[in-house]
Design a protein around this ligand. Structure first.
Ligand SMILES: Nc1nc2c([nH]c(=O)n2[C@@H]2O[C@H](COP(=O)(O)OP(=O)(O)OP(=O)(O)O)[C@@H](O)[C@H]2O)c(=O)[nH]1
Length: 138
């Protein structure tokens, strides 16, 4: 629980970085809260899972890739009308397979150095992740 006594939804988000120093965004599919918004791939951590196991499962389901390792970047919280979320954000550079939109979602590789992503809108909590990523890689 948090200061306003709402249950916390624990989420793992994985920022994939490719060999050209780009990161990946995906568009949330229809039927989910904030459908059509762009986000860093990931999803809820299930009971008994570690953050890394949740990332392995979510990125396999959403993108069809197998991740081999991850680096912790930051932990952020965001209070949405539908949920209070705690996001464990990792950087992933080591995976096998080619990311594809396995749930029918669009994908976009973005330049880390760009002022803002080429797609919009982004989930509100994705902005501080990207700011943190830029600071981390600067
Ligand atoms: N994956 C992801 N989730 C984010 C980001 N930013 C952010 O606020 N979230 C929030 O974290 C939660 C993730 O839940 P999700 O709906 O993607 O998780 P899931 O795939 O397990 O959903 P499901 O239970 O519908 O299968 C949502 O409340 C979403 O709004 C982000 O950049 N990436």
């Amino acid at each position: 629980m948090n200061e306003i006594n709402r249950p916390i939804t624990v989420v793992a988000a994985g920022i994939l970085i490719d060999s050209e120093n780009r990161y990946l965004l995906g568009q949330r599919p229809a039927g989910k809260p904030y459908a059509g918004y762009w986000e860093v791939p990931g999803g809820k951590v299930e009971k008994g899972e570690t953050v890394f196991q949740a990332l392995q499962r979510e990125l396999q389901e959403e993108l069809g890739i197998a991740i081999r390792s991850s680096e912790e970047l930051t932990v952020l919280e965001h209070d949405y009308p539908h949920a209070y979320v705690r996001l464990y954000v990792s950087i992933i550079r080591d995976w096998t397979g080619t990311p594809m939109g396995c749930e029918g979602q669009a994908l976009s590789w973005e330049l880390i150095g760009a002022e803002k992503p080429s797609v919009e809108p982004l989930l509100p909590a994705a902005w501080p992740m990207l700011e943190c990523l830029r600071r981390f890689l600067a």
